[in-house]
Design a protein around this ligand. Structure first.
Ligand SMILES: [Zn+2]
Length: 228
Protein backbone atom coordinates (compact mmCIF):
# COMPACT_ATOMS: atom_id res chain seq x y z
CA UNK A 1 0.00 0.00 0.00
CA UNK A 2 1.26 3.47 -0.82
CA UNK A 3 -0.15 6.97 -0.61
CA UNK A 4 1.39 9.47 -2.99
CA UNK A 5 0.83 13.17 -2.32
CA UNK A 6 1.92 15.76 -4.86
CA UNK A 7 3.48 18.88 -3.36
CA UNK A 8 3.95 20.71 -6.68
CA UNK A 9 6.94 20.82 -9.10
CA UNK A 10 8.98 17.61 -8.45
CA UNK A 11 8.10 17.31 -4.75
CA UNK A 12 6.19 14.35 -3.36
CA UNK A 13 5.30 12.93 0.02
CA UNK A 14 4.96 9.15 -0.05
CA UNK A 15 3.71 6.87 2.69
CA UNK A 16 4.87 3.29 2.13
CA UNK A 17 4.57 0.12 4.15
CA UNK A 18 8.12 -0.86 5.09
CA UNK A 19 9.53 -4.38 5.10
CA UNK A 20 8.75 -4.48 8.84
CA UNK A 21 5.07 -3.74 8.15
CA UNK A 22 5.26 -0.22 9.64
CA UNK A 23 4.45 2.97 7.73
CA UNK A 24 7.36 5.04 6.45
CA UNK A 25 6.89 8.65 5.41
CA UNK A 26 9.20 9.77 2.65
CA UNK A 27 9.73 13.10 0.94
CA UNK A 28 11.33 13.38 -2.49
CA UNK A 29 12.85 16.66 -3.73
CA UNK A 30 10.93 18.76 -1.19
CA UNK A 31 11.12 22.25 -2.65
CA UNK A 32 8.05 23.31 -0.69
CA UNK A 33 8.70 26.98 -1.41
CA UNK A 34 7.53 26.24 -4.95
CA UNK A 35 4.75 28.59 -6.09
CA UNK A 36 2.12 25.78 -6.16
CA UNK A 37 3.05 24.11 -2.87
CA UNK A 38 0.15 23.17 -0.58
CA UNK A 39 2.48 23.01 2.48
CA UNK A 40 4.81 25.33 4.38
CA UNK A 41 8.00 24.65 6.30
CA UNK A 42 6.20 25.22 9.64
CA UNK A 43 3.83 22.36 8.79
CA UNK A 44 6.74 19.95 9.33
CA UNK A 45 7.40 21.02 12.93
CA UNK A 46 5.46 18.15 14.48
CA UNK A 47 5.57 15.72 11.58
CA UNK A 48 7.20 12.31 11.52
CA UNK A 49 9.27 12.13 8.34
CA UNK A 50 11.56 9.12 8.02
CA UNK A 51 13.54 9.82 4.86
CA UNK A 52 14.13 12.68 2.44
CA UNK A 53 15.44 11.71 -1.00
CA UNK A 54 17.21 14.38 -3.06
CA UNK A 55 17.83 13.59 -6.75
CA UNK A 56 20.26 16.48 -7.41
CA UNK A 57 21.30 19.75 -5.86
CA UNK A 58 19.53 22.33 -8.02
CA UNK A 59 17.51 24.71 -5.88
CA UNK A 60 14.17 23.40 -7.12
CA UNK A 61 15.05 19.87 -5.90
CA UNK A 62 17.38 20.16 -2.89
CA UNK A 63 14.89 22.88 -2.01
CA UNK A 64 13.97 22.80 1.69
CA UNK A 65 15.40 19.32 2.28
CA UNK A 66 18.06 20.43 4.80
CA UNK A 67 15.58 22.55 6.80
CA UNK A 68 12.98 19.77 6.92
CA UNK A 69 15.64 17.21 7.92
CA UNK A 70 16.70 19.50 10.77
CA UNK A 71 13.09 20.04 11.89
CA UNK A 72 12.08 16.38 11.78
CA UNK A 73 15.28 14.39 12.25
CA UNK A 74 14.65 12.61 8.93
CA UNK A 75 17.59 10.98 7.19
CA UNK A 76 18.57 12.63 3.92
CA UNK A 77 19.36 10.10 1.19
CA UNK A 78 21.26 11.00 -1.97
CA UNK A 79 24.43 10.60 -3.95
CA UNK A 80 27.68 10.73 -1.94
CA UNK A 81 28.48 14.40 -2.59
CA UNK A 82 25.00 15.66 -1.63
CA UNK A 83 24.92 13.45 1.47
CA UNK A 84 28.32 14.83 2.49
CA UNK A 85 27.08 18.40 2.03
CA UNK A 86 23.97 17.65 4.14
CA UNK A 87 26.10 15.98 6.82
CA UNK A 88 28.21 19.15 7.04
CA UNK A 89 24.97 21.01 7.80
CA UNK A 90 24.36 18.69 10.76
CA UNK A 91 21.81 16.41 9.08
CA UNK A 92 21.65 12.58 9.39
CA UNK A 93 22.33 11.05 6.00
CA UNK A 94 22.54 7.89 3.93
CA UNK A 95 24.96 8.20 1.02
CA UNK A 96 24.86 6.04 -2.07
CA UNK A 97 25.75 6.05 -5.71
CA UNK A 98 24.20 5.07 -9.01
CA UNK A 99 23.17 1.46 -9.49
CA UNK A 100 23.73 -0.06 -6.04
CA UNK A 101 20.74 -1.18 -4.02
CA UNK A 102 20.60 0.49 -0.61
CA UNK A 103 18.88 -1.17 2.31
CA UNK A 104 17.83 1.74 4.47
CA UNK A 105 16.33 0.33 7.66
CA UNK A 106 13.11 -1.21 6.33
CA UNK A 107 12.97 0.05 2.75
CA UNK A 108 15.11 -0.50 -0.34
CA UNK A 109 16.28 2.25 -2.66
CA UNK A 110 18.34 2.40 -5.85
CA UNK A 111 19.75 5.63 -7.24
CA UNK A 112 19.31 5.54 -11.01
CA UNK A 113 21.00 7.52 -13.78
CA UNK A 114 19.47 10.79 -14.94
CA UNK A 115 20.51 12.80 -18.00
CA UNK A 116 20.86 16.22 -16.44
CA UNK A 117 23.43 18.35 -14.56
CA UNK A 118 24.25 18.93 -10.92
CA UNK A 119 26.85 20.84 -8.90
CA UNK A 120 27.45 18.12 -6.29
CA UNK A 121 27.90 14.60 -7.68
CA UNK A 122 25.92 13.17 -10.57
CA UNK A 123 22.20 13.82 -10.98
CA UNK A 124 20.01 10.81 -10.21
CA UNK A 125 16.54 9.39 -10.12
CA UNK A 126 15.47 6.96 -7.42
CA UNK A 127 13.55 3.71 -7.15
CA UNK A 128 12.07 3.19 -3.67
CA UNK A 129 10.55 -0.11 -2.59
CA UNK A 130 8.62 -0.96 0.53
CA UNK A 131 6.98 -4.27 1.35
CA UNK A 132 4.57 -4.30 -1.58
CA UNK A 133 4.91 -1.14 -3.69
CA UNK A 134 7.77 0.25 -5.78
CA UNK A 135 7.90 3.88 -6.86
CA UNK A 136 10.30 5.38 -9.44
CA UNK A 137 10.97 9.14 -9.32
CA UNK A 138 12.97 9.97 -12.44
CA UNK A 139 14.43 13.22 -11.10
CA UNK A 140 15.20 15.80 -13.76
CA UNK A 141 16.18 13.94 -16.88
CA UNK A 142 16.07 13.69 -20.61
CA UNK A 143 14.91 10.43 -22.12
CA UNK A 144 17.42 7.58 -22.04
CA UNK A 145 17.31 3.97 -23.24
CA UNK A 146 18.17 2.44 -19.86
CA UNK A 147 14.72 3.44 -18.64
CA UNK A 148 13.55 0.14 -20.11
CA UNK A 149 16.11 -1.62 -17.90
CA UNK A 150 14.79 0.24 -14.84
CA UNK A 151 11.34 -1.03 -15.80
CA UNK A 152 12.53 -4.58 -16.36
CA UNK A 153 14.66 -4.85 -13.21
CA UNK A 154 12.58 -3.03 -10.61
CA UNK A 155 9.07 -3.18 -12.12
CA UNK A 156 7.88 0.07 -10.56
CA UNK A 157 4.16 0.21 -9.81
CA UNK A 158 4.20 3.99 -10.06
CA UNK A 159 6.49 6.21 -12.15
CA UNK A 160 6.81 9.94 -11.41
CA UNK A 161 8.05 11.57 -14.62
CA UNK A 162 8.94 15.10 -15.70
CA UNK A 163 6.89 16.32 -18.67
CA UNK A 164 7.57 20.08 -18.73
CA UNK A 165 10.26 20.13 -21.42
CA UNK A 166 13.02 22.78 -21.66
CA UNK A 167 15.16 21.39 -18.79
CA UNK A 168 13.80 17.82 -18.87
CA UNK A 169 11.74 15.48 -21.02
CA UNK A 170 8.67 17.04 -22.55
CA UNK A 171 5.39 15.26 -23.30
CA UNK A 172 6.68 13.42 -26.41
CA UNK A 173 9.73 12.03 -24.62
CA UNK A 174 7.82 11.24 -21.42
CA UNK A 175 5.27 9.18 -23.38
CA UNK A 176 8.16 7.12 -24.76
CA UNK A 177 9.56 6.82 -21.21
CA UNK A 178 6.26 5.35 -19.98
CA UNK A 179 6.26 2.89 -22.89
CA UNK A 180 9.76 1.75 -21.84
CA UNK A 181 9.25 1.66 -18.05
CA UNK A 182 5.77 0.14 -18.20
CA UNK A 183 4.59 1.03 -14.69
CA UNK A 184 0.97 0.46 -13.64
CA UNK A 185 0.48 4.19 -13.13
CA UNK A 186 2.38 7.24 -14.39
CA UNK A 187 2.13 10.60 -12.63
CA UNK A 188 3.41 13.70 -14.44
CA UNK A 189 5.57 16.28 -12.62
CA UNK A 190 7.94 19.19 -13.26
CA UNK A 191 5.55 21.26 -15.36
CA UNK A 192 3.61 24.55 -15.07
CA UNK A 193 5.81 25.85 -12.23
CA UNK A 194 7.35 28.58 -14.40
CA UNK A 195 6.72 29.75 -17.99
CA UNK A 196 9.45 27.69 -19.79
CA UNK A 197 8.00 24.41 -18.49
CA UNK A 198 4.36 25.17 -19.23
CA UNK A 199 2.63 22.18 -20.79
CA UNK A 200 -0.69 20.35 -20.88
CA UNK A 201 -0.70 17.15 -18.76
CA UNK A 202 -3.97 16.08 -20.40
CA UNK A 203 -2.08 15.66 -23.68
CA UNK A 204 0.40 13.36 -21.89
CA UNK A 205 -2.49 11.37 -20.42
CA UNK A 206 -4.23 11.05 -23.79
CA UNK A 207 -1.08 9.90 -25.61
CA UNK A 208 -0.11 7.34 -22.93
CA UNK A 209 -3.60 5.92 -22.49
CA UNK A 210 -4.22 5.62 -26.25
CA UNK A 211 -0.97 3.68 -26.82
CA UNK A 212 -0.58 1.59 -23.63
CA UNK A 213 -2.73 -0.04 -20.93
CA UNK A 214 -0.99 2.25 -18.41
CA UNK A 215 -3.07 4.74 -16.47
CA UNK A 216 -1.97 8.36 -16.07
CA UNK A 217 -3.06 10.07 -12.87
CA UNK A 218 -2.75 13.85 -12.94
CA UNK A 219 -2.44 15.10 -9.37
CA UNK A 220 -3.03 18.73 -8.54
CA UNK A 221 -0.71 20.02 -5.80
CA UNK A 222 -2.14 18.78 -2.49
CA UNK A 223 -3.96 15.82 -4.07
CA UNK A 224 -3.17 12.20 -3.18
CA UNK A 225 -3.33 8.84 -4.88
CA UNK A 226 -3.78 5.67 -2.83
CA UNK A 227 -2.30 2.56 -4.49
CA UNK A 228 -3.47 -0.10 -5.06
ZN1 LIG B 1 14.18 20.88 -11.76
Amino acid sequence: MAIIKYLGHAAFEIVLTGLDGAEKTILIDPWINNPNSPVKLEDYKNRKIDYIFVTHDHGDHLGNAIDIAKLTGAKLVGIFEIALYAQEQGVKTVDGNIGGRLRIDDIYAVLTPAYHSSNRGAPTGVVISGKDVTVYHAGDTGLFCEMSLIGELYQPDIALLPIGGHYTMGVKEAVKAVQMIRPKIAIPMHYNTFPPIRTNPEEFKKLVESTTPIKVVILKPGETLAYP
